[in-house]
Design a protein around this ligand. Structure first.
Ligand code: SF4
Length: 106
């Protein structure tokens, strides 16, 4: 895969469903109140008013994940498909991927 992250933060504006293990890993960082239920009863990372993930920091047009070493699997695996194009061109697939459906959690 030839992908170079531009650190634009685009992928960090999607909903990210957390597994119980991922929740516990983040709690080990002494972070609380970082997730909530979505309409399908999944645990998802809370987002800021602008839609950014709670853990995303934007500074000087670059981004930083505040829990980088403990970030959930969808974030680690991003982008989900082999590609040689900017990830923004893959919105539908990327969205479907990051918003993990229940089938994938079995
Ligand atoms: S946990 Fe980190 S990498 Fe994942 S969406 Fe939030 S800021 Fe981005």
């Amino acid at each position: 895969m030839n992908f170079e992250c531009a650190r634009c933060g685009y992928c960090c504006t999607f909903r990210v469903i957390l597994t119980t293990e991922e929740i516990n890993n983040i709690k080990k960082l002494n972070i609380t109140d970082f997730f909530e239920k979505d309409q399908e009863n999944n645990n998802i990372i809370k987002r800021k008013e602008n839609g950014d993930c709670l853990f995303l920091e934007r500074k000087n047009n670059k981004t930083l994940c505040k829990i980088y070493s403990s970030r959930p699997k969808p974030c680690r695996d991003y982008p989900p498909y082999p590609q040689n194009k900017p990830c923004r061109e893959f919105n539908p697939l990327v969205r479907a991927y990051l918003y993990r459906i229940k089938i994938n959690k079995k």
